[in-house]
Design a protein around this ligand. Structure first.
Ligand code: PHE
Length: 345
């Protein structure tokens, strides 16, 4: 028995010298750990004469309990003890690295604000949609060769009896019909920003990309309104003095149709940098995207009377406008996840 008394005494002595939690943990291991002193005592039970075994076991367990309780009490005592070290409350806190919006999110926000100022409503229509919204409603019936221009990816699900197959939408123009049906009675001023998909992968194309689509429908809307809006956007987004021009083009869903160029952000439209040809644009102009006056069939399909209302639409790539704004040359950086690139914006 004296063995136990010795251990108890030693424990009490050890405990009285503890002044921090590291020491307390070490003490816990020394006495209560798997190879600790209490377990040693329990293992020794084999050597105890049979008639004393029961009493020995009880005594060891009582001691174990006592040690556990004292250690618990000490733990509480230590954690409630205030540090007597001087703490300077006026010191600045730790600086943690700050994250920021992704370059695309930032551009989406910027574009949304520019159009909200002239009372366009931001919407986001499905990136997985029916053929009807992506094509039929846009004056592109089944089998029309213009559909190939978009090289669409189809989803492997049963087709809808009315709306056709499900597609990864190749442009944000799928929002035109949806918005007409949502608003019902013009005026419509929509800015639809969403992901689009086309199977291209090179320095200026990724298979997934973003577009923003403007749609304006009202009484007496004409090309002058369109040109004015494009000029407004170009000045706000690319900077003062940026000009736009329209070049005749063809889209099934607009008539007339155009491609829009803006003056190059590097040479400011002069086509020259330090007397040499501008490497970014070569001509003073950079192509922004497609636009035009909404085709009467598209208005009709959206439930709008083309004799009463007219409208215009445009669709531009977000990655593209960012590249033009900052003079970037490889779109793949946006999605490469390299923090050194992303941190710059
Ligand atoms: N949807 C066309 C494209 O993705 C762009 C466009 C939108 C053209 C609206 C005219 C009107 O290329």
């Amino acid at each position: 028995m004296s063995n136990l008394d010795n251990l108890k005494q030693e424990f009490n002595k050890n405990l009285s010298q503890i002044s921090n939690s590291e020491q307390l943990t070490a003490l816990h291991i020394k006495y209560l750990g798997r190879n600790g002193l209490i377990n040693d005592l329990l293992k020794k039970i084999k050597e105890i004469p049979n008639e004393e075994k029961k009493q020995y076991g009880t005594q060891v367990n009582l001691l174990k309990k006592e040690i556990e309780e004292k250690i618990n009490a000490k733990t509480k005592e230590l954690s409630s003890k205030k540090s007597d070290k001087f703490f300077d409350k006026t010191m600045p806190g730790k600086q943690y690295p700050k994250g920021s919006s992704h370059i695309i999110s930032y551009a989406i926000e910027e574009i949304t604000k520019i159009f909200e100022k002239i009372s366009f409503i931001r919407v986001s229509y499905p990136e997985v949609d029916w053929e009807y919204s992506a094509f039929e409603s846009l004056n592109m019936p089944k089998g029309h060769p213009a559909r190939d221009d978009f090289e669409t990816s189809y989803i492997d699900t049963p087709p809808h009896p009315k709306f056709g197959k499900m597609v990864l939408t190749p442009h944000t123009s799928n929002g035109q019909n949806r918005e007409m049906r949502r608003v019902k009675n013009p005026p419509i001023r929509m800015i639809n920003i969403s992901k689009c998909y086309r199977p291209n992968w090179d320095a200026t194309h990724t298979p997934m990309f973003y577009q923003f689509e403007g749609l304006c429908v009202d009484k007496d809307i004409n090309i002058t309104n369109l040109k004015g809006t494009l000029d407004y956007f170009a000045e706000k987004y690319f900077g003062r003095g940026t000009k736009t021009r329209l070049r005749p083009h063809h889209f099934q869903f607009t008539e007339p149709s155009f491609e829009v160029d803006v003056t190059c952000t590097v040479c400011k439209g002069s086509a020259k940098v330090n007397g040499k040809k501008c490497k970014v644009c070569k001509s003073g102009w950079l192509e922004l995207g497609g636009t035009g006056m909404v085709h009467p069939n598209v208005l009709k399909e959206g439930g709008i009377n083309p004799n009463e209302f007219t409208g215009w639409a445009f669709g531009f790539g977000i990655e593209r406008v960012i590249m033009m704004k900052y003079g970037l040359d490889d779109i793949r950086n946006y999605y490469g996840g390299d923090i050194r690139f992303l941190e710059q914006f």
